[in-house]
Write a protein that binds this ligand. Structure first.
Ligand code: ZN
Length: 334
């Protein structure tokens, strides 16, 4: 099955043409704007170019698949709610856009659910039916599969708000309206504020950065910066506590962790695994904790490569994840 696929991430949109598990062509565009409407014409141009370059007739393409960090009605292919990014998405008729532009049907799903489907379809959770996904990045995404069925719920919110489980009810205000969500306590968007308020931040190398990201944090921690170590360790605890919440909520055999932060999987994965195994009430045994295989994580397979190539693998992996997943979702939904 061939499909046009879009992964609408926090800072980038990946557009591609997929043929089952194979990516035929792809392109990434930066999406610094908060508006989806502003990005759609560029996406349409990229798709037209990809289709033209590959010489594939549109009639051989089954549809357009969209993954987005939002609450999504996947039956009606509508975005129901967004959080800060793509704020106009709820008012956009995406299936109508796809019909007008390409005469193709369009399906849309929450991006973490896409990632979970991909991992079950072709990644770390292949062959498993009870799986929870966590994606760590600009935000924290979640998704759950129980007895082989992707959890969506009556209002399409079930399982996908894993980043908004409160881990500190007297903690930081979250953009979702709640207080002390895992995402408010340890995510890419929250990190600059967390660092700014951290006691002793002025003594840290982190204070020299205009905008602190997790790369700066993990680099600082590796270099022995005390404040960076403390903030990093608290983030690890937040993610681990969130993971225990997800294990208790959804009873998975396996927890798959993906997202951009898994470039530091060597630190993150063992910390979460240890905490989950120590603190989860799972009398049947211990849930497996694995890194996403299709995601933009560096899982150590390419450690002999140069950093540049390493990062290239990471990006290709991300594309593979999102686009393969999108393709598999269309397959599942067809
Ligand atoms: Zn929240």
């Amino acid at each position: 099955m061939k499909a046009l696929a879009i992964d609408l991430g926090g800072t980038h949109a990946t557009c591609g043409l997929v043929d089952d598990r194979r990516i035929v062509a792809h392109e990434i565009l930066e999406t610094s704007a908060k508006s989806l409407g502003a990005v759609l014409p560029r996406i349409a141009d990229i798709f037209r170019k990809i289709v033209q370059d590959t010489g594939l007739p549109l009639r051989e393409i089954s549809g357009v698949a969209v993954g987005i960090a939002a609450i999504v009605d996947s039956h009606a292919s509508r975005v129901l709610a967004t959080n800060e990014k793509y704020v106009d998405a709820c008012g956009i008729d995406l299936p109508g856009w796809s019909r007008d532009q390409f005469s193709l049907p369009l399906r849309i799903e929450n991006d973490a659910r896409m990632a979970l489907l991909g991992e079950v379809y072709a990644g770390a959770a292949c062959g498993f039916e009870d799986v929870v996904m966590m994606t760590l990045g600009t935000g924290i995404g979640g998704a759950a599969m129980i007895e082989g069925k992707l959890l969506r719920g009556r209002h399409f919110q079930a399982g996908c708000l894993g980043g908004h489980l409160p881990v500190a009810f007297t903690g930081r205000q979250c953009t979702c309206g709640a207080i002390g969500c895992a995402e408010a306590e340890a995510s890419g968007w929250a990190l600059p504020g967390i660092a700014k308020d951290w006691p002793g931040i002025v003594t840290s190398t982190l204070a020299t950065y205009a905008n602190i990201g997790f790369k700066e944090l993990f680099d600082g921690a590796s270099a022995g910066d005390r404040v960076a170590l403390d903030i990093r360790d608290r983030c690890l605890q937040v993610w681990a506590a969130d993971a225990v919440g997800l294990v208790h909520a959804y009873d998975p055999e396996m927890l798959v962790i993906g997202g951009g932060l898994m470039k530091s999987a060597d630190v993150i994965l063992p910390a979460i695994e240890l905490y989950v195994h120590q603190h989860s009430w799972t009398p049947w045994g211990k849930p497996q904790v694995r890194a996403a295989e299709l995601g933009n994580n560096a899982n150590g397979n390419h450690t002999n490569e140069s950093p540049r190539l390493h990062s290239f693998y990471g990006r290709v992996g991300m594309r593979a994840n999102c686009l393969t997943v999108v393709s598999s979702t269309i397959t599942l939904a067809a």
